[in-house]
Design a protein around this ligand. Structure first.
Ligand code: SF4
Length: 337
């Protein structure tokens, strides 16, 4: 049985006044369907049938708090009904940092909103400007603090590879986010979506998307920072069913169905290399890697990439990976002649 389940309700931000270069909401507005009350009920009831220890209703897709207050309340009231019936634990939503104020948070506080996720994307001024986000890093930081002050759990979302971004800038964004002490994070590599300004920039050669290898490498440097700070990493990379809705077509960019798996494989590779380098100068011809069962496929890597690289680098003739450890993070290496 699933421990936690989010019941996803996609609320497109029709009439969004912003024009972020990576987003096609304005262009497709009108063709994307906003769920009616009965459709929302149907989605929620359907999810209530699946077994889970706890559930939350999650509004995502646009900037929830940028909607007119009457609409926000309409959606919140529908969700609240299920919380009051004891069938759902709470409500979560995502929005932009510049759509957060004390008044908005007081409104959300009247309902059982537990978590607010902010699409921060970057804390670098130039990257925000290039992406037409048009809020400052300071605004984003203040929004995080205000959310925490009002007692909500804070989720942050960052994008890597936006125009003008670099690994250093993304690492700096991650470090500044960590200093704010969010409860959770999602890291998205930038994809070029059809009918966006980024698509025109890409087609005219003004924007070069990250390669898959680059995006995986950047994430492999960023994710351990959040892990080490005990900030729960909810997602690395986009999930087609959730984030890429109908009407969203990817033209270019580091898209891979198992993006997160590739990132964790890369993280394991670096960790194993570090561990071997700490050990004896000549580690032997055979190596056994002990990790927890859930990590075995990540340690091996897609098409055995990690094992091949380790054999090439250290001259091992055989490497065994055993899933016999108790904890997720445990790593034990044994070498044999
Ligand atoms: S990313 Fe959000 S704020 Fe920006 S244009 Fe799209 S819906 Fe509007």
């Amino acid at each position: 049985m699933k421990k936690h389940m989010n019941i996803p309700i996609f609320i497109p931000h029709e009439g969004c006044p912003n024009d972020c270069i990576f987003c096609n909401q304005r262009k497709i507005s009108g063709s994307v369907h906003t769920p009616s009350e009965s459709e929302m009920d149907a989605i929620i009831r359907k999810h209530l049938e699946s077994p889970a220890l706890e559930r939350e209703i999650a509004f995502f897709g646009g900037s929830f708090t940028g909607l007119p207050v009457s609409e926000q309340e309409k959606y919140l009231q529908i969700a609240e009904k299920y919380v009051q019936q004891g069938r759902v634990k709470g409500i979560r939503l995502s929005t932009r940092p510049d759509y957060i104020s004390s008044d908005i948070l007081k409104l959300l506080g009247k309902y059982s909103v537990t978590t607010i996720e902010l699409g921060i994307q970057s804390l670098n001024e130039e990257v925000l400007f290039n992406s037409k986000r048009f809020y400052s890093p300071e605004t984003a930081i203040q929004a995080c603090k205000l959310i925490q002050l009002h007692g909500f759990s804070l989720g942050v979302q960052m994008m890597i590879g936006l125009p003008g971004d670099s690994l250093e800038k993304s690492l700096m964004t991650a470090k500044k986010l960590i200093a704010l002490g969010p409860n959770m994070v999602r890291v998205y590599p930038t994809l070029v979506i059809r009918e966006t300004e980024l698509e025109s920039a890409y087609k005219s050669g003004r924007y070069k998307p990250m390669s898959l290898e680059e995006a995986v490498f950047w994430c492999s440097q960023i994710i351990p920072l959040f892990d080490d700070a005990n900030i729960s990493v909810l997602r690395v990379g986009l999930q087609h069913t959730d984030d890429l809705q109908k009407g969203v077509e990817v033209v270019a960019g580091p898209q891979h169905p198992a993006f997160g798996e590739l990132v964790y494989s890369e993280i394991w590779y670096s960790r194993i290399v570090k561990e071997i380098d700490k050990g004896p100068e000549k580690p032997g011809k055979h190596m056994t890697i002990h990790v927890s069962a859930s990590e075995v496929s990540k340690v091996i890597g897609q098409h055995q990439k990690n094992l091949k690289q380790l054999k090439n680098k250290y001259g091992f003739t055989s490497i065994k990976v055993l899933g016999d450890q108790d904890t997720l993070n445990q790593l034990i290496l044994e070498f044999y002649e």
